[in-house]
Design a protein around this ligand. Sequence first.
Ligand code: ZN
Length: 168
Amino acid sequence: MSYTLPEFLAHAIALEHEAAERYLELADMMESYRNDEVSALFRDMVRFSQMHRDEIKARAGSIELPKLRSWQYRWSAPPEVGGEEAFDATLDAYQALKYARENEVRAMEYYSSVGQSSNDPEVKRLAAEFAAEETEHVEAIDKWLERTPRPSAPWASDPGPLPGEKKS
Ligand code: ZN
């Protein structure tokens, strides 16, 4: 779909707001596990999302934004939470990072598809810029995933070490 600038700004604000809320929950969850490092990462992500949301709001200025019907900006539930109910899964650090990464990838893909499909040059420009920011978020999470131990798989379908991962 080709977004108008107000439509795009409304979605981007909602997406960043949603991200901030989810990161806050993840940060609190990690804090309750005494995983201060990953909690701190998620708190950084809360701040980045809020800053980004506020920048987009400032960019919107006095432009009147539409009310949204799309739920596209919502984070997908973690795999073990079915349906649309509230986010209340208990994830370990590795799963939480994986979950965050999936949603960052969705945001990145969302922004780049908007950028590609829009006819509005300003939407194209902003969407490309936002997609690049989301790419940075994915990369930041990837770095953390590299140093976060995977939970031991309780069932026999453990796919084994990742390529490049050393067997201990
Ligand atoms: Zn992001």
